[in-house]
Design a protein around this ligand. Structure first.
Ligand code: ADP
Length: 216
């Protein structure tokens, strides 16, 4: 997983170096975009790997503070590389504003779900994020895509470590099967739960709950 984005960064950087000052500005832009996108992927992977190592050794520390949900969604979206084929919209219902949680880790959850929404809708489509009130003391965050979807008989194993969907379409898309496991662990540590509703070939909605005002 680390090798392929790293190889792309090296190739693009070498191509830029070789062309030097005579390079066509459009090509320069293309190569720089590759470098930024792939470096983002690497940083995402490094963050996931670090989280897993710490989770496994029970050393992952949570720092709870007041988190603005809208800010969190915006910050997470800014870290995801959306392609031109995708459109993004987010809605934060009135009355949903702050919760107590670990800002960095919750951002990682939304970022992982958004990255998956992009990755598993290769033909593009609309992606939406919504934060709404749920029950009396919880809020619900959902990330919806119009992607390849998930077969019903494989939904149960999705949040397990290294679990990947076994369909022709899903196998063509590279991944480690770790992101959703990390999301589940983080959401659990906030007293919430995470699940998915999906229609094969039509899209998926990943949902997680957070307790309002929850503090460790
Ligand atoms: P990765 O994407 O690295 O394989 P994840 O743990 O994030 O790992 O996801 C596990 C599996 O769940 C993926 O391999 C993919 O098959 C499936 N999956 C995750 N998100 C989506 C989505 N939005 N649409 C369809 N399938 C998904």
């Amino acid at each position: 997983d680390f090798r392929s984005p790293l190889a792309s960064v090296i190739l693009a950087a070498k191509a830029l170096l070789k062309r030097g000052e005579s390079a066509d500005p459009r090509r320069v832009n293309e190569y720089l975009t590759i470098i930024v996108d792939q470096a983002n992927k690497l940083s995402h992977l490094a963050e996931d790997t670090l989280s897993i190592a710490k989770m496994e050794s029970g050393q992952l520390s949570y720092f709870f503070k007041v988190v603005n949900i809208e800010r969190l969604i915006k910050d997470a979206a800014a870290l995801v590389s959306f392609s031109r084929r995708h459109t993004l919209e987010y809605t934060v219902d009135s009355g949903v504003s702050y919760i107590k949680g670990d800002q960095t880790k919750l951002r990682q959850v939304v970022q992982n779900l958004l990255s998956n929404a992009v990755k598993y809708s290769p033909k593009g489509g609309h992606i939406s994020v919504r934060a709404e009130n749920y029950a009396t003391d919880q809020l619900l965050v959902s990330v919806t895509d119009e992607g390849i979807g998930i077969p019903e008989d494989q939904i149960d194993k999705l949040f397990q470590k290294f679990s990947r969907i076994d369909t022709t379409e899903a196998r063509e898309i590279k991944g480690s099967g770790l992101g959703l496991w990390i999301c589940k662990e983080i959401v659990k540590s906030h007293g919430g739960r995470i699940w998915v509703e999906s229609d094969l070939g039509k899209g998926s909605t990943f949902k997680f709950t957070l307790k309002k005002g929850h503090q460790e």
